[in-house]
Design a protein around this ligand. Structure first.
Ligand code: SAH
Length: 403
């Protein structure tokens, strides 16, 4: 069957614009389409299309957004399988089987967009509850078949749409939070590394929890035993509460959000470690200044900020912020301390982050040893042909006097 014989409209690529797609990437930019022969502007945001190369050979089925720089995202390379509910069920089953193999308990990112063959879709699983983010007009258009497919594959008690990310605006979509199916309690409990956490799926950061750091936390916890730990940008205690439970002697958590810190202290209690956890509310940069002034020292400082570089135009300012925060963190370390520094900015490479940390170290006359490098956990798989799917860096560095 030629896709041109179906009622799915076709888009032709310009010459030589199929290379990236054939290597596995699934995005097509608007300037790669032969708009004279197949005008993309005639299509509706979210509409399904068949993409053909300039010789009219089939490449794949995707959805379109003529208003976005990323004009098409492909979901299927199989001519006999256009986008449908059954394709979504198939993709969800493949995504789920990976997580079931990797995780003993149902708390993880269940769908990670492009890397799971479901561009524009993120689903986090909190046991019986799902939080989904539909990031594109194409996913928005698939909302009903997607909800049906989620129901079939996960049988959730509730599905919340956290469609409040800024990326939706680039797609011309409204930002909103909406209960799409069943019910979602005020607070939901999850477990990670033997700790229990309560989070709010309605009001928490992103979908409510940062599953992407779970594997890094698992790996690094043994280094925190009997250490005095400072957890910057702590949110509800993913690092800090786990550190206390892993045997850290004292943990100070810093966040600007009152509600995050209230939740964090509840989570400390839930795990019986409230005696060893305290919190400071305020801007992390400012609190670092105060801690330095009062000559406080820590054996380990964790730096896990929100993305300082959200867009290319933030590059310079953002890099400066990474350098400043890591420099200030290093200044609070005791002799032979450990800096555990993360960045979730896609636009900052690991190499560049290390370079910035090194600059900070040299400025302070410290020698650094990189001990462990981490990335996002395997429930956020990286597609080798889609560099945009890799974003998280996590470096553990020993900080010594200059040698
Ligand atoms: N480390 C956390 C995730 C951090 S999310 C985890 O692994 O779960 C980023 C957090 O930084 C949010 O809780 C937000 O409230 C906080 N935050 C953002 N800007 C801040 C600032 N300038 N100072 C202190 N906290 C800030």
């Amino acid at each position: 069957m030629s896709p041109l014989e179906t009622d799915i409209p076709a888009l032709l690529l310009k010459k030589n614009q199929d290379k990236r797609l054939r290597s596995g990437h699934c995005w097509i930019f608007s300037n790669e389409i032969d708009s004279e022969k197949t005008p993309i502007k005639a299509l509706q945001p979210g509409e399904q299309v068949a993409v053909l190369d300039e010789k009219e050979l089939f490449i794949g089925f995707g959805y379109v957004n003529p208003q976005s720089l990323i004009a098409v995202r492909l979901l299927s390379r199989d001519q006999s399988h256009p986008i449908s509910e059954s394709l979504l069920v198939h993709r969800l089953n493949i995504a789920l089987s990976l997580r079931q193999r990797l995780y003993a308990e149902p708390y993880y990112r269940a769908v990670y967009g492009e890397a799971d063959g479901l561009p524009g879709l993120v689903v986090d699983r909190y046991g019986d509850y799902l939080v989904a983010q539909l990031g594109t007009a194409g996913m928005e258009a698939l909302r009903q078949p997607l909800l049906n497919a989620l129901d079939k594959v996960f049988k959730p008690r509730g599905v919340l749409l956290r469609n409040d990310s800024a990326a939706r605006e680039l797609e011309g979509l409204p930002r909103q939070v909406e209960l799409a199916a069943g019910e979602i309690p005020e607070q939901v409990e999850l477990s990670e590394g033997g700790c229990r956490f309560r989070v709010s799926l309605h009001e928490g950061q992103k979908t409510g929890w940062f599953f992407d750091q779970a594997a890094n936390r698992d790996r690094l916890m043994p280094l925190l035993r009997e250490r005095r730990v400072l957890d910057l940008f702590s949110y509800v205690g993913g690092w800090g509460v786990r550190a206390a439970q892993a045997g850290a002697s004292a943990v100070t958590c810093v966040d600007s959000s009152e509600s995050a810190l209230t939740q964090l202290l509840e989570n400390a209690q839930l795990n019986g470690v409230e005696q060893r956890v305290d919190s400071l509310r305020g801007d992390a940069f400012e609190i670092l200044r105060q801690l330095k002034e009062s000559k406080q020292r820590f054996d380990v400082v964790l730096v896990d900020p929100p993305a300082f570089i959200k867009r290319r135009k933030d590059q310079k300012q953002g890099e400066l912020a990474y350098r400043r925060i890591n420099q200030a963190a290093m200044q609070l370390l005791s002799r032979d301390g450990l800096l555990i520094s993360s960045s979730c900015s896609h636009h900052l490479s690991g190499e560049r982050l290390l370079g910035l940390i090194n600059q900070a170290g040299r400025h302070l006359d410290r020698s650094l040893q990189l001990l462990i490098s981490g990335a996002q956990g395997p429930d956020h798989p990286i597609h080798p042909a889609i560099p945009e799917t890799a974003y998280l860096k996590n470096f553990s560095l020993r900080v010594l006097p200059r040698f």
